[in-house]
Design a protein around this ligand. Structure first.
Ligand code: TRP
Ligand code: SF4
Length: 379
């Protein structure tokens, strides 16, 4: 297995001077084992970002509570599974910081402070809010926490002073509201121009983060709908080869190709989408030509698709095996990551407390404030 670290990691969270890398933060809710859609839509891209940016990738277990608060029994195990898949996909704990949200209590502190300055209307108009409240009928989502989902996400992003947030299209409104909240915070609480701080001087605590839209090609599930755990149509990163082959066998195809002799069109076929993402140009050409001329059958085409898929999944599963056998190692890596994340988070929170004039430093108590204290005593 490559890159399996066995020792404690150096603290790379210190921001050192102006030559520092820009920061990236992203995360996923703990949904258990990840599927190909998660890989193509996020993880594969995160792996590429690791070296160019200072990256934080986390598992949003508090976000899971915003809707699944009634039964928390599986959250922890799901976190371990997500981390195992992060590692399997090639995220390297030596090159990025991975952790569980609730292990960094500063997320909660910043969320609380931001809640004080966030107008209710901003939260109510986030598109996913009303949509999900209407669509998800089996849980009561009429809670304070659910309304605050996007704000907790803003706190996640701002806590690491992230410049970029790699996400899919559906998350863009959440980044937008984060920018608005950052702007509002900076407006109320600019940094103290007289503070004695190392370069580079920033006038504001928070950068306005930008969405980094993941160039994600369409990858449907086996039934042709969007791949999603809740639809039961997904291929997992951890599915053994026979399962992958079986799932591909049952995948829907171009509905116009009823008989073997009917020509088809890979552009309207979910198996065609799999080829476009995972197959070589050479195979792709054979698929287009063979499908359109009815020269190949769907069974053969699906075998080729499974071959291409397994070429990508094999190294992932090799890495995965080692971690899967050792969940304590996975947990230890999460704890190391949380330590580094806490250090970065605490640096931001110190800046926040200074800007908000809410530090614990007693030296700033002036005459005015002691006069107030006396008055209170006299009451
Ligand atoms: N809302 C994201 C999702 O459902 C998960 C998430 C939580 C997140 N906090 C974040 C993503 C911060 C990016 C940045 O996928
Ligand atoms: Fe789809 Fe391949 Fe069949 Fe064409 S030959 S319809 S691309 S499975």
């Amino acid at each position: 297995m490559d890159q399996a670290p066995t020792h404690n990691l150096p603290d790379s969270s210190q921001r050192t001077g102006s030559g520092q890398k820009q920061r990236i933060l992203s995360g996923m809710r703990p949904t258990g084992k990840l599927h190909l859609g998660n890989y193509v839509g996020a993880l594969a891209n995160w792996v590429k970002l690791q070296d160019k940016y200072h990256c934080f990738f986390f598992i949003a277990d508090w976000h899971a509570l915003t809707s699944d608060y009634a039964d928390t029994s599986e959250i922890k195990q799901s976190c371990v599974e997500v981390m195992t898949d992060y590692l399997a996909a090639g995220l390297d704990p030596q090159r990025c910081t991975m952790f569980i949200q609730s292990h960094v209590p500063q997320h909660a502190e910043l969320h609380l402070l931001l809640s004080m300055i966030t107008p209710l209307g901003w939260l109510e108009r986030v598109p996913t809010y009303k949509e999900q409240q209407q669509n998800i009928r089996d849980k009561d989502l009429n809670t304070y926490g659910f309304l605050g989902y996007p704000l907790l996400q803003s706190a996640d992003i701002m806590l690491y002073q992230a410049d970029f947030v790699p996400v899919g299209e559906d998350q863009v409104p959440h980044i937008e509201i984060t920018r608005e909240i950052a702007r509002r915070f900076n407006g109320f609480y600019p940094r103290d121009a007289t503070a004695n701080e190392p370069e580079p001087r920033r006038a504001y605590v928070f950068p306005e983060p930008q969405a980094l839209l993941t160039p994600s090609p369409k990858l449907p599930g086996t039934d042709g709908r969007k791949m999603s755990k809740s639809y039961g149509n997904s291929i997992l990163l951890s599915d053994p080869e026979p399962v992958v082959r079986q799932k591909l066998k049952t995948m829907v195809t171009d509905p116009a190709r009823v008989r073997r002799t009917d020509p088809g069109n890979p552009d309207v076929c979910p198996v065609g989408d799999v080829h476009k993402i995972f197959s070589s140009d050479e195979t792709l050409e054979k698929v287009y030509a063979g499908c359109r001329s009815a020269g190949i059958g769907c069974i053969e085409c699906k075998i080729w698709a499974a071959d291409s898929l397994m070429r990508v999944l094999n190294p992932i599963q090799e890495r995965r095996d080692a971690y899967e056998k050792n969940p304590h190692k996975v947990w230890e890596l999460l704890e190391n990551g949380a330590g580094r994340a806490r250090a970065a988070a605490e640096t931001t929170m110190q800046e926040v407390r200074v800007a908000m004039k809410m530090t614990k430093d007693s030296r700033v108590l002036g005459h005015q404030s002691s006069a107030k204290v006396q008055k209170v005593d006299a009451l």
